[in-house]
Design a protein around this ligand. Structure first.
Ligand code: GKR
Ligand code: MG
Length: 422
């Protein structure tokens, strides 16, 4: 099945002022949507990052795709590699580890690989999970992704004002937000995005969550905000409370020091972000749980290969999330379903958004899980009006990259990220 035309649409969607170590989310999050228009009216969908640097790289590939067979994924990889030459994207927002040429190539390839797999599924009349070897589970569990947040945006013009979540800064407000999320979606485990307040305050908040939800696994992720010494201290205090401690400190060496002293496993989406990191991280026993992310690990099949490697070395798998829309969620659900070794509840930012580009109804959270779509491909369709609105928002909002730090200075003048400061 040949690709006739590839269309890339940058989109933006309203995002609440969620806090993290780098600062605070801006009023809009950026994504890119690709539609591969193929023979016989088939359309393959993909979604990824929406910052200008990523769009620039993805756009280099578009003109080379006409005539490509959607079943020729090695050929697609060669085409992407040829188009990108020696460009290296950087982790401008500071939350997903370093970038390399290989990671850049993997990220751009992933966008198109997912769209080709979606098209393949439509062509064969089978869900993407089947193309990945078959679903090992019929539903994929997710965790409630809790954030500290401000009550309102301080953007200018569009996207200002309050949202229904209100302010979440105290343990009481955090527990209330968790009750709301669990009540709405039935999540069975909880993750707190930390790195915002001094560690003692976040430890207290985690303890409040554990008390409010007895038996529910809880995770804490400060995005490398602490020194190894502080991280060891937190691990000691939260022994018996945390399911895993995610990226407490930067780098493989620091993580290994903490892992050696911590009772719970350490997880990462920051110190092990490409194949070059696997050998040093595994050798140092820095990581017990890898948060995979098909958007930068090279697509759905590469995620499965990574899973095999992790299983061989006794490393467990969970899944990382960034602000995303429904095409990405569908891809996350299919790959998680087809990857038996991915046994932890996955992360998702889903509850924080209010709009999407897909027709509603295909993906629903019930009892903390999403049923794997049984319809062909990813099982989601573009809603053309919603896509047009999201593109208009992209044009109107004027953002071209994620910059939580500069935006944070509207709330806290002179703010600097807290990486390994505490
Ligand atoms: O949305 O602020 C956020 C998160 O901090 C995100 O950007 C991270 O990449 O969720 C991610 C993580 O687990 O580190
Ligand atoms: Mg993380």
């Amino acid at each position: 099945m040949k690709i006739l035309e590839a269309v890339l649409t940058p989109v933006a969607f309203a995002d609440p002022p969620l806090l993290n170590v780098m600062g605070v989310h801006e009023p809009f999050a950026l994504r890119s949507v690709v539609q591969l228009r193929c023979e016989d009216g088939v359309v393959g969908l993909g979604e990824s990052y929406g910052d200008a640097a990523f769009l620039g790289e993805a756009r280099k590939v578009l003109p080379l795709l006409a005539g490509h067979d959607v079943f020729d994924l090695p050929g697609l990889h060669r085409t992407v590699a040829r188009a990108l030459a020696d460009t290296v994207l950087t982790d401008e927002h500071g939350l997903i580890g370093g970038f390399s040429l290989r990671k850049t190539l993997s990220s751009v390839f992933s966008l198109f690989e997912v769209a080709c797999l979606d098209a393949q599924g439509h062509c064969l009349g089978r869900p993407v999970a089947d193309l990945l070897g078959g679903a090992a589970r019929t539903r994929v569990e997710f965790c409630a992704y809790l954030f500290y947040k401000y009550g309102a945006h301080r953007g200018s013009g569009q996207g200002t004002g309050a949202d229904p979540w209100g302010e979440i800064l105290t343990p009481e407000q955090l527990v209330a937000s968790a009750r709301h999320m669990v009540g709405e979606y039935g999540f069975g485990s909880l993750k707190l995005k930390g790195g915002v307040f001094p560690p003692g305050q976040e430890t207290e908040a985690v303890q409040a969550l554990a008390e409010a939800f007895p038996g529910a696994p809880v995770r804490l992720d400060p995005n490398a905000a602490w020194t190894p010494g502080t991280a060891v201290e937190v691990a000691r205090e939260l022994d018996g409370v945390l399911e895993y401690l995610e990226d407490p400190t930067p780098g493989i060496e620091g993580m290994a020091r903490v892992a050696d002293a911590a009772a719970m496993p350490l997880a990462t989406n920051m110190c092990l972000v490409g194949v070059d990191d696997i050998e040093p991280a595994f050798r140092a026993r820095a990581v017990g749980v890898l948060l995979t992310d098909h958007h930068f690990w090279g697509g759905l099949r590469a995620t499965q290969a990574l899973s095999t490697t992790c299983e061989s070395f006794g490393v467990s798998l969970s899944m990382h999330s960034n602000s995303h829309l429904g095409i990405s969620l569908a891809a996350m659900v299919h790959v998680a379903a087809a990857t038996a070794h991915l046994t932890y509840a996955c992360d998702t930012h889903w509850p924080w958004k209010t709009a999407d580009v897909i027709a509603p109804g295909a993906l629903e959270f019930r009892d903390g899980a999403v049923r794997v779509p049984q319809t062909p491909g990813l099982g989601v369709e573009i809603d053309p009006d919603a896509l047009a609105r999201a593109h208009e928002d992209y044009v109107r909002c004027g953002l071209t990259k994620r910059d939580d730090t500069t935006y944070m200075r509207r709330y806290v003048p002179g703010f600097e990220p807290n990486i390994a400061r505490w």
